[in-house]
Design a protein around this ligand. Structure first.
Ligand code: GLY
Length: 362
C-alpha cells in the first residue's frame, strides 16, 4: 500500500459560492477500481465554514478517508453548517417558526449498520444531527420529537440554549411578522396565505435566501470500503406553523440509504416530498439499475404528476415550488436533480471539492 499523501484542492466557485481555493492533505485512497469514494451535499455543503478553513464536504471527505466512521464523518461535516450563524436554513441562526422560535429537524442513516435516527421540532440545540445520531446509537427508536427530544438531548449531555435566533434571524422574523400581521386575520386560511405571501415577498426581495425558504442541508457519502451513509438537517420552512415538521427527519422522504444500493436526500418543499416518499423511491430506482440522474428524474416526474391542487400549480399547470434531490449510488456515481433551475450541489472526491450542476425536470 502506497502511503504518499495527495492534496485536496478546493476547486469551488463555479457559481461564486466558495471562497478562493485552498488545499489540505488527505491520505491516498485505496478502493476497488469501480468505486469512487465521494461526499455530496446540497450547495451549502461547500459554502459555509463557520469561521474555520474547511467546508462540510471537505471535512466529511477528509475524515472518512481516515479512521472515522462514514456517518460520523458526514455529521462532523454538517455540524459546520449547523453551527454557522450565517446559514439561515440549518441549525443555529436558522429561520424561526411563526412564533419566532427556531425548531430543528434532522435524521441520519447508516447503510452498513442498517440503523437510523431522527429528531423533529427540537428547540435549543444547535446540532440536531448529533441528537439524531444519539437516537440511532442509544435507543431502540427512530424518531423523538418536541420537548421530549430536547429532554433526550439534555440527558445525553447536549447544551440546551434558550434561543437559537441570531440578531439576523430575529430581525427577519420581526420583518415577516410586520408583513404577515397574522393576528389581524380571523380566518386561518387567509392567515396562512398572508404568511406565505410575506415569506415569498421577502425571498423575492432577497431579505431571505430564496433557496433557504425550505432550507436544509443533505449530505451523503460512499467511502473506500463501499459503505454508504447520509444525514439531513434543517430549520425547516421559514416562519412555519409551530410544530410543523417537513420531510427532513422522515426516513424515505428527507433521506434514505441502502448500504448495498445508494443514498438520496432532499432540500425544498418537504410536503411534496413526504406525499411521495421520494428518497425511498429514488433508492429503489437505483436498485432497479437506474443511473442516479434518471432515478431522481423519475421521482420528480411522480411529484409533478401528484401535484394537482391549484394553489400549488403555476399558470402552465406545473408545480409552483422547487424540490431538489442529491443522489449517490454504491459506486460513488452521483447526480443532483431539481424541479426547476440548475442549482449547484457540493461534491468532494480525492481530487478536491467543487460544485456540480443539478439537472432539472422543468
Ligand atoms: N425540506 C425541508 C422542509 O420542508 O422542512
Amino acid at each position: 500500500m502506497k502511503l504518499n499523501r495527495r492534496r485536496l484542492l478546493v476547486a469551488g466557485a463555479s457559481i461564486g459560492l466558495a471562497k478562493p481555493s485552498r488545499s489540505f492533505a488527505v491520505p491516498t485512497i485505496y478502493a476497488p477500481s469501480d468505486l469512487k469514494p465521494v461526499v455530496i451535499a446540497s450547495g451549502n455543503g461547500n459554502q459555509f465554514k463557520n469561521g474555520g478553513t474547511v467546508t462540510c464536504v471537505e471535512k466529511a471527505f477528509s475524515l472518512m478517508t481516515g479512521q472515522t466512521d462514514i456517518l460520523d464523518a458526514l455529521i462532523a461535516g454538517v455540524n459546520i453548517v449547523e453551527l454557522d450563524p450565517a446559514e439561515t436554513s440549518v441549525g443555529y441562526g436558522g429561520m424561526p417558526n411563526a412564533d419566532g422560535i427556531v425548531q430543528l429537524d434532522s435524521c441520519c442513516m447508516h447503510g452498513a449498520k442498517k440503523r437510523a435516527g431522527g429528531v423533529a421540532c427540537l428547540e435549543g440545540v444547535r446540532t440536531p444531527s448529533l441528537v439524531a445520531k444519539a437516537v440511532m446509537d442509544q435507543t431502540d427508536h427512530h424518531l423523538i420529537v418536541g420537548k421530549d427530544a430536547q429532554k433526550f438531548a439534555r440527558t445525553i449531555g447536549m447544551t440546551i440554549e434558550d434561543d437559537l435566533n441570531t440578531p439576523h434571524s430575529r430581525q427577519m422574523y420581526l420583518e415577516w411578522k410586520r408583513r404577515a400581521d397574522p393576528e389581524h386575520y380571523l380566518d386561518p386560511a387567509k392567515r396562512a396565505q398572508a404568511g406565505m405571501a410575506a415569506t415569498l415577498q421577502m425571498a423575492q426581495e432577497r431579505l431571505i435566501d430564496p433557496h433557504h425558504m425550505y432550507g436544509t442541508i443533505n449530505c451523503n457519502g460512499v467511502n473506500a470500503k463501499g459503505e454508504i451513509a447520509g444525514v439531513t438537517t434543517t430549520s425547516g420552512l421559514a416562519f412555519k406553523i409551530p410544530g410543523r415538521v417537513g420531510d427532513s427527519p422522515i426516513l424515505g422522504a428527507g433521506l434514505y440509504v441502502d448500504g448495498a444500493v445508494g443514498a438520496a436526500g432532499s432540500t425544498g418543499r418537504g410536503e411534496a416530498n413526504l406525499y411521495n416518499l421520494s428518497s425511498f423511491l429514488i433508492v429503489e430506482n437505483l436498485r432497479r439499475g437506474m443511473r442516479p440522474k434518471d432515478a431522481g428524474m423519475e421521482a420528480l416526474k411522480r411529484i409533478r404528476a401528484n401535484t394537482i391542487e391549484k394553489r400549488l400549480l403555476d399558470k402552465n399547470g406545473n408545480p409552483s415550488f422547487s424540490l431538489q434531490f442529491y443522489i449517490v449510488n454504491a459506486k460513488g456515481e452521483h447526480a443532483g436533480v431539481s424541479m426547476y433551475g440548475n442549482p449547484q450541489y457540493a461534491v468532494c472526491t480525492e481530487k478536491g471539492s467543487t460544485f456540480a450542476t443539478c439537472d432539472n425536470l422543468l
